[in-house]
Design a binder for this molecule. Structure first.
Ligand SMILES: [Fe+2]
Ligand SMILES: [Fe+2]
Length: 483
C-alpha cells in the first residue's frame, strides 16, 4: 500500500498514489503527458509561458500545510495526482448499498455510470482554462493575473485527477476517454465541450469573476456530491480538489466585490447618487451597477442549467447506486435511501409556476440546485454590504430560477428576473434590461487595459485588502518576460 501522507515529488508526475510501483498506470499517464503539455503550450499565450508566476503548488494533502508558494514558469508547473487521506472503515453513504464497505475497485454493474460522471467532471476542467485563455493579456493587475493563472493551473491539475481515475480503473476505454478530454475544446463546432456553460465565451474580467463565483461553485457542488461517492478513489480525489476549489470562488467573490467597491467609490467622489444614471457612471471609467447585475443574471442562470433536469432518472440511479451522494450526505439525518421521501419541486402547470412534492429520489438534482442557490446567496449579501457601506442605494439579487433557462422545466417559458411568466416577444423586447448586450460588452471591453506595474490596479477595480501568501501591496506576482 502506498503511503498517502507522502508525495512522490521527484518523479515526472508528482503523486501520493504510489505511481512508481504501479507501472501500468505510470506508463499510461507518461504517455498522456506530452499531449497535455502540448495542449497547455498551444493554449496559454506565448509571452506568459516564459513568465515567472508566483503560484501555489500542492505538495501534500495535510490540510494544515498542503501547498507551497514559489515562482514557476507555467509549463513547468508540477501537475500531480493527489488523493485526500483515506477515511478509516469508510462505508457507502447512500442508496441501496448504504452501510456496505466503500468500494476500492469499480463495481462492474456501475462501471459505465461511473465512467460517464468522471468524464463529464473531467471535461469541465480544461474547458474553463480554454475559456479564460486570453484574459492574461488584459489583467487589471499582476495580482489578478497571478490569480487567473493559479486557477488555470489548478483546473489543469483537476484534469489530471480525473485522467488518473480513467487510466487506473477503466482500462482501454478509460484511455480513449482521457485522449478525448484533450480533443474536445470549448466553443469548437466539431468537438465542443460537453456542457453548455463551458462553451460560452469568457470575454472580459468581470465575466471571469462571475464565472469563478457562479460556475466554479457549480463545480464545488458536483465535487461535494462526488466526494460522497461509495467509489472511494473518486471520493478521495474530489475531497482534495475541493481544497483547491475554495480559492477559485474566493477569486470570483472578491473580484466582483472589488469591482463593485470601485464603482461605488467613484460615484461617491463624483457626487453621482443615481445608480441608473449609466452614462454618468460609465464616464468615470467604472462599470455601472445595473450592468454588473446583468452579468450576474447571465452567469447564475448558465450555472443553474448545469444541474440538469429537476426530475432525473440518471440522478436517481446514481444516488441509488451509491455513486453520487447529496450535498453533505453523511451529515443528513434520514435513511439515506429516500424510501417514500418527497422533495418540493417547481413545475409548470397550465402555464403557472407551482411547487409540488415529488419523490425525493427523482429530485436529487433539484435538491443540489437548491443547496447551490443557498450557497451562492452568501456572496450576494456581502456585495450588497459593500454597496450599502458607501451609501449608494442599490441591491444585487439572484434572479428567479425560471429566468433565462435552457434546461429543465423552465426551458419552455420566458420569465422576468423576478419570475413572472411573459411571452417570448416581451422577453426579447426587454432582454437588454436583464442580460448584457453588445453595447455593455463593448463598454466593458473598452476598460480591459492591462496594468502590469507591481502594486497598481486598473481604474475599474479596487485593490485587494490583503495580498496572496501575505505578500505586500507592491509585490511582483508575475515577472513578465516580453516575448
Ligand atoms: Fe476544477
Ligand atoms: Fe475551479
Amino acid at each position: 500500500m502506498p503511503d498517502f501522507a507522502t508525495v512522490e515529488y521527484d518523479t515526472l508526475i508528482p503523486n501520493n498514489v504510489g505511481l512508481s510501483s504501479d507501472k501500468r498506470v505510470q506508463k499510461a499517464l507518461e504517455k498522456w503527458h506530452p499531449g497535455y503539455i502540448n495542449w497547455w503550450n498551444d493554449l496559454i499565450p506565448q509571452r506568459f509561458q516564459t513568465s515567472m508566476v508566483y503560484l501555489r503548488t500542492a505538495v501534500g494533502v495535510d490540510p494544515q500545510g498542503w501547498a507551497k508558494f514559489d515562482y514557476v514558469k507555467m509549463p513547468e508547473y508540477r501537475w500531480g495526482v493527489l488523493l485526500a487521506p483515506a477515511v478509516e472503515d469508510r462505508r457507502v453513504p447512500c442508496g441501496e448499498h448504504a452501510g456496505e464497505k466503500a468500494w476500492q475497485e469499480v463495481p462492474g454493474e456501475y462501471r459505465s455510470m461511473l465512467r460517464r460522471l468522471i468524464v463529464i467532471q473531467g471535461d469541465t476542467e480544461p474547458a474553463s482554462v480554454e475559456q479564460q485563455r486570453y484574459l492574461g493579456m488584459t489583467a487589471p493587475s499582476l495580482y489578478d493575473m497571478r490569480n487567473l493563472f493559479q486557477v488555470n493551473v489548478e483546473e489543469g491539475r483537476h484534469l489530471w485527477a480525473m485522467v488518473y481515475l480513467l487510466h487506473k480503473y477503466f482500462g482501454a476505454d478509460g484511455r480513449d476517454e482521457a485522449d478525448d478530454l484533450l480533443r474536445r475544446s470549448s466553443g469548437s463546432q466539431e468537438a465542443p465541450r460537453m456542457l453548455g456553460a463551458f462553451n460560452e465565451a469568457t470575454p472580459d474580467w468581470l465575466s471571469f469573476f462571475m464565472f469563478t463565483y457562479f460556475t466554479d461553485r457549480d463545480g464545488k457542488m458536483q465535487l461535494e456530491s462526488l466526494a460522497q461517492s461509495g467509489f472511494d478513489p473518486l471520493s478521495r480525489t474530489c475531497r482534495f480538489m475541493l481544497t483547491e476549489e475554495a480559492h477559485h470562488m474566493f477569486v470570483g467573490e472578491t473580484g466582483v466585490g472589488r469591482t463593485i467597491q470601485c464603482t461605488c467609490e467613484a460615484m461617491k467622489a463624483a457626487g453621482i447618487e443615481d445608480p441608473f444614471d449609466i452614462n454618468a457612471v460609465r464616464a468615470l471609467g467604472v462599470i455601472d451597477l445595473p450592468t454588473i447585475q446583468k452579468k450576474l443574471n447571465l452567469h447564475y442562470t448558465l450555472s443553474l442549467d448545469l444541474f440538469g433536469q429537476e426530475i432525473s432518472t440518471n440522478a436517481a440511479n446514481a444516488f441509488n447506486a451509491g455513486i453520487k451522494g447529496r450535498y453533505q450526505e453523511i451529515k443528513i439525518e434520514d435513511d439515506h435511501k429516500l424510501a417514500g421521501a418527497t422533495y418540493p419541486v417547481v413545475q409548470l402547470v397550465d402555464g403557472k409556476i407551482v411547487t409540488t412534492e415529488a419523490p425525493a429520489l427523482a429530485a436529487i438534482n433539484m435538491r443540489l440546485r437548491d443547496d447551490y442557490t443557498r450557497d451562492a446567496a452568501g456572496g450576494i449579501g456581502r456585495w450588497n454590504a459593500i454597496i450599502a457601506k458607501t451609501g449608494i442605494k442599490y441591491e444585487m439579487k439572484l434572479p428567479h430560477p425560471g429566468f433565462h433557462r435552457q434546461i429543465g422545466v423552465f426551458a419552455g417559458v420566458r420569465t422576468t428576473p423576478d419570475g413572472t411568466i411573459i411571452s417570448t416577444a416581451d422577453f426579447e423586447r426587454r432582454r437588454d434590461e436583464w442580460l448584457p448586450n453588445k453595447a455593455d460588452g463593448d463598454f466593458i471591453a473598452s476598460l480591459m487595459k492591462p496594468e502590469t506595474t507591481p502594486g497598481k490596479y486598473a481604474g475599474w477595480i479596487a485593490p485587494p485588502r490583503v495580498g496572496i501568501d501575505n505578500k505586500p501591496g507592491d509585490f511582483e506576482y508575475v515577472k513578465l518576460h516580453e516575448a
